[in-house]
Design a protein around this ligand. Structure first.
Ligand code: GLC
Length: 743
């Protein structure tokens, strides 16, 4: 076998492009097609299984191999025993951790802390790079307003701005300062696009997204990720208005390459090219390969459709060689940028485990959201408590607290709530009585309830750990009923009947409908799936060693029938209000059809969620005052300063997420009643006041207008600043003229 030919050194954009052209000029059609082929690599005999294809240059990437020695051997064969020595992309879903696991992305979103989210991605990337991974399939930045959808767990929630800012932070974290650093992973923003709108919250289902909503709601996070330098994007499984994303030229050609001038690589999702036949878009795999290639998918994730058909499509002239070369160039560019041609090897060390644990705990602390705390039930005081009942199936499960998409999570690194409570109680007079009560959250067997009730009766307070196991969220794990599963509500009622304070800690991969249990709880801490150090964080929060600061990145519906319910909705022609609605139980006999509010609400649920976007309680309280705009009107080329004073009016230190919302009152298309535009975390001592300033530009006012071009339109705007999406400290300003068209 001819020795791999050396690739001349060359760096920087021009250098890389020259090296790409040089390599392309020496590649055969088969070798070019080989670069577009990603194969599954988890088999134990993968080196033997893939050896021949590697030597023939028929593989551009391997997915799901994370043994460093095996990865190094696969790279060695590709570099030393193939004709051109082109190294491999080694892909893995490193979504919210590798061995040390951070909270699920939806939980990380509740931190509203871009720096922390970036650090978590960095930690995950460094641990994965030590296993030989150089490409992660993250961040997942699908906007999701339907908690029935299992993959909401992987998302950053319902809002385009929060998702854009945090998604870009994840890209920076994974890719680091330089992508070629051995500890950096190439990011892959996914799933492009609109996947979070899967109809009925059923995974892989169709999405009916009008172009204006696609552009204004679902595309901004991908643009932010692209602008943050995301090395790749992944197409969504779903079809958009009848055209699957994997063959969608509007997305992949017009928007991504044409409007955004993106020069990264596009990979299909798993087998998605072949699924174009299942969708019924193409009759044959041959046609599927044609449509995906012509739409702009560069790499085929494990379908072998490109390997099977691209050479024929080139030979018969249906696909021009230039199209193939562009696809291969996108793959090679990513490999050059990763430093793979310049000797990059598997990172030789993981980050320090202590540093990873500390970061994972910090993320879990800031991700938990205090949703209820009647009569200051929390924080608990270990000096006044003598007995604490610790009940429930999720009090002590080191795997479940890690959440979904943790292929490589190490449960040995987990600290469960029970373990943390035991170590916290060790040097106090506090004793704990743990009763699992239910085998799983799905169990309907109440035979453990008597023991749980007895423990509660004997205790000063009850901690009940509820929720969903990780298997109930994530890919393909959707629920039509998002109540607490099994007999958990019955368990809470039994515990509350003892008359003791009942504090619930809920771990779940989605918002749940909690109306049926909320009245039986004195306090509720929502912990998502909090990751390896979730238990330590929960214990610290329960006992006041830390102050809750999480804010909801997604609305919690009262009942599943409200879905979708989200803060950034349109006003409609008949907006509801407290005086225009009536509850089903209040309707008088004989009421006339027109006697009701005739506005947009549900008779049995009203129109507001149970918990709104941006909401989260603290052990202290905050007050807002002094909202001042820098001007009453701005031109498109001017900046509007917005300042506000925030005061900690409570007795303990705390962190507040100050949120700024806008409303564009009139537009060439209807506009949301509120849109998050900026936010800032502020740490305040008791009694301390801080002035917070934001700067708004035309970019913050811009949207895709009726003609699908982007810009800001003349008119009046409302501004609100506060601690959640119902902020009522208000001001207004005007934009004096339309902006020019923006890219
Ligand atoms: C899955 C997911 C995608 C993931 C890929 C590789 O089906 O849709 O998010 O990155 O396959 O595991």
């Amino acid at each position: 076998m001819a020795k791999a030919q050396t690739i001349e050194a060359g760096h920087g954009k021009d250098g890389v492009e020259a090296r790409i052209r040089d390599l392309l000029s020496r590649m055969s059609i088969e070798e070019k097609v080989g670069q577009l082929n990603q194969v599954e690599g988890s088999a134990h005999d993968v080196v033997h299984a893939l050896g021949a294809d590697l030597r023939a240059g028929q593989i551009g990437s391997v997915i799901n191999q994370v043994d460093p020695a095996t990865v190094n051997e696969l790279q060695r064969i590709a570099r030393e025993e193939s004709r051109l020595g082109i190294p491999l992309l080694i892909g893995r879903d490193v979504i919210h951790g590798f061995k040390t696991v951070a909270p699920i992305p939806l939980g990380q979103a509740a931190t509203w802390n871009p720096d922390l989210v970036e650090a978590c991605a960095r930690m995950a990337g460094e641990e994965a790079a030590a296993a030989g991974v150089n490409w992660t399939f993250a961040p997942m930045i699908d906007i999701c307003r339907d908690p029935r959808w299992g993959r909401i767990a992987e998302s950053l929630g319902e809002d385009p701005v929060l998702t854009s800012i945090l998604g870009a932070a994840m890209v920076r974290g994974f890719q680091g300062e330089t992508l070629s650093d051995p500890t950096s992973l190439a990011a892959c923003a996914k799933h492009f696009a609109g996947y979070g709108a899967s109809e009925a919250g059923r995974d892989y289902n169709t999405t009916n997204l009008p172009e204006n909503e696609l552009r204004n709601v679902h595309l901004p996070p991908f643009r932010a990720a692209a602008e943050a330098g995301a090395a790749s994007l992944m197409t969504s499984f779903s079809d958009i208005d009848g055209i699957p994303a994997t063959a969608n030229t509007l997305l992949l050609r017009d928007v991504l390459r044409g409007e955004w001038d993106y020069d990264g690589m596009v990979v299909s999702d798993w087998d998605a090219i072949k699924q174009l036949c299942t969708h019924g878009l193409t009759e044959t795999e041959y046609e599927a390969a044609y449509q995906a290639a012509m739409a702009g998918v560069d790499m085929d994730m494990v379908a072998s459709a490109y390997r099977n058909h691209l050479a024929d499509l080139i030979a018969c002239g249906r696909i021009e060689l230039a199209v193939l070369d562009r696809m291969v160039a996108n793959v090679l560019r990513m490999k050059f940028r990763l430093g793979l041609f310049d000797g990059r090897t598997t990172a030789d060390a993981e980050p320090s485990r202590m540093a990873s644990r500390s970061l994972a705990k910090q993320a879990a602390l800031q991700s938990c959201v205090l949703l209820k705390n009647d009569h200051q039930t929390l924080p608990l005081d270990p000096t006044t408590l003598t007995r604490l009942a610790v009940i429930g199936p999720l009090a002590d499960d080191p795997v479940e607290q890690l959440g979904t998409w943790i292929f490589d999570g190490d449960p040995e690194r987990s600290v469960t709530p029970l373990a943390a409570l035991e170590s916290l109680a060790a040097d106090t007079a506090l004793s704990l009585h743990h009763v699992r009560a239910l085998a799983t959250t799905r169990s309907h067997d109440q035979s453990g309830f008597d023991e749980a009730e007895a423990a509660a009766r004997d205790a000063d307070a009850v901690l009940v750990f509820l929720g969903e196991e990780a298997i109930l969220s994530g890919e393909a794990h959707c629920r039509a009923d998002i109540d607490l599963p099994g007999a958990q509500v019955e368990l809470v009622k039994r515990l509350k009947a003892t008359g003791k304070p009942v504090i619930a800690v809920i771990q779940a991969g989605r918002p749940l409908t909690l109306a049926s249990v909320l009245d039986h709880l004195d306090a509720l801490l929502f912990a998502w799936h909090p990751g390896s150090l979730g238990g330590a964080a929960i214990a610290d929060l329960l006992f006041g060693r830390a102050c809750p600061s999480g804010k909801l990145p997604v609305s919690f519906p009262k009942m599943v029938g409200q879905i979708p319910v989200y803060y950034g909705h349109k006003n409609t022609g008949r907006p509801p209000s407290p005086d225009t609605i009536i509850h089903i139980d209040d309707i008088q006999a004989g009421a006339a059809q027109t006697s009701l509010g005739m506005t947009a609400f549900h008779l049995d649920a009203g129109y507001e969620p149970l918990f709104r976007f941006g909401f989260g309680l603290s052990y202290t309280s905050f007050a807002y005052s002094g909202l001042i705009l820098g001007s009453e009107a701005i031109a498109p080329d001017e900046t509007l300063t917005v300042q506000v004073d925030v005061t900690n009016t409570g007795e303990v230190a705390g962190e507040e997420v100050v949120q700024l919302y806008l409303r564009d009152r009139f537009g060439s298309v209807t506009r949301p009643v509120r849109e998050l535009k900026a936010f800032a975390r502020v740490a305040l001592e008791p009694g301390e006041t801080r002035q917070v300033r934001f700067e708004l530009t035309v970019e913050d006012l811009a949207f895709y207008k009726r003609n699908q071009t982007r810009g800001a339109e003349t008119g009046a705007f409302d501004v609100w600043v506060g601690g959640d999406s119902a902020a009522d400290l208000h001001a207004e300003f005007a934009l004096t003229e339309d902006s020019v068209a923006l890219p």
